[in-house]
Design a protein around this ligand. Structure first.
Ligand code: SF4
Length: 313
């Protein structure tokens, strides 16, 4: 990617979004949270002001130029180095992408502004929303997300419930787990009650695998992760690699093996990972290589991303 396209990154392989082309809607670390686990470091100036941090024309110009030069992504993902919904042009940007491409659009958000009806309306045109919710009680919310004083976790949860009622796309809710901060029974029970009301299509568990803003942040181990996954129910999955790295390293997926599976039926990344007994990261590498060769394609259907074999005419 040339430096001129400064608002675009990737495409990068993503466990949740396949081959994802990232679009950054706000300047570095423009956020209304200061999460203790943030990989970008601390938020020096929290803001809840929505404005045209980068105008839609500039973002879309970068994006459409990038799409001429990169392999077709599975998703165009609005995210980046802060909270993308703070950009007040986000609605225009989503609708323009939907009008001018056939790529599904995903939005990564901390969900803090979903209490605002205007924001909810702007996000309706997206295909997938990936909101975060790390805590449902005020004390834990403040400890882990260190939000702007004007934000209230109950309003955020109610905003997510309201959004679910109107939104026809997929909601994949992410919970970032920090050992000893939001992993105890009491915050987890509050979180489960909130999730049951929000009714996301999936709940996805993450933890600190990259250096966090605060050195005291510790990732949760496999046992805690599995205990919480079971507690949260059947639509909950873990999206970080197992700590059993050596076993994962050994598994390379051949293009032939993957094509053989996809010749029989379309599969999600999770299906392929399970069927081929390999980590999603390894499967994604082979998927990217086959997509480049035009041997497989992706499509978003029934709120899931599928891969299928492309057969020559
Ligand atoms: S919401 Fe995202 S960008 Fe903002 S502080 Fe938290 S992790 Fe960092």
């Amino acid at each position: 990617m040339t430096t001129r396209l400064k608002h675009i990154y990737g495409p990068v392989p993503s466990r949740r979004l396949g081959l994802s082309l990232g679009v950054d809607l706000v300047p570095y670390k423009t956020c209304n949270f200061d999460c203790i686990y943030c990989q970008l470091g601390r938020t020096n100036r929290k803001t809840i002001e929505r404005k045209r941090y980068v105008p839609a024309e500039e973002i879309l110009g970068n994006l459409f130029e990038a799409l001429k030069h990169v392999p077709k992504p599975d998703f165009i993902t609005l995210a980046g180095s802060g909270e993308p919904v703070l950009n007040s042009d986000i609605g225009i940007i989503i609708r323009s992408i939907k009008k001018q491409t056939d790529c599904p659009v995903a939005v990564l958000t901390n969900a803090s502004l979903l209490g605002d009806q205007e924001v909810r309306e702007e996000l309706l045109a997206a295909d997938v929303i990936l909101p975060s919710l790390d805590a449902a009680d005020s004390a834990t919310f403040r400890a882990i997300n260190r939000p702007h004083d004007a934000l209230d976790v109950e309003d955020i949860i109610q905003g997510m419930i309201n959004f679910r009622k109107k939104f026809h796309g997929a909601i994949w809710l992410e919970i970032f787990l920090v050992e000893g901060i939001n992993t105890a029974d009491s915050p987890m029970k509050s979180l489960k009650l909130a999730i049951d009301k929000i009714r996301p299509d999936k709940t996805q568990l993450n933890t600190a695998v990259r250096p966090p803003a605060e050195s005291f942040v510790k990732p949760v181990g496999d046992n805690t992760m599995q205990r919480i996954r079971c507690f949260l129910g059947s639509n909950c999955e873990v999206i970080v690699p197992s700590t059993d790295i050596p076993r994962e390293k050994a598994r390379i997926i051949s293009e032939e093996a993957l094509l053989a599976v996809l010749s029989r039926r379309p599969c999600t990344l999770a299906d392929l990972s399970k069927g081929l007994h390999a980590s999603p990261n390894h499967v994604l590498k082979t998927i990217a290589a086959l997509q480049k060769k035009g041997l497989i394609r992706s499509y978003f259907q029934n709120r899931e991303l599928f891969y299928s074999r492309v057969f020559p005419d």
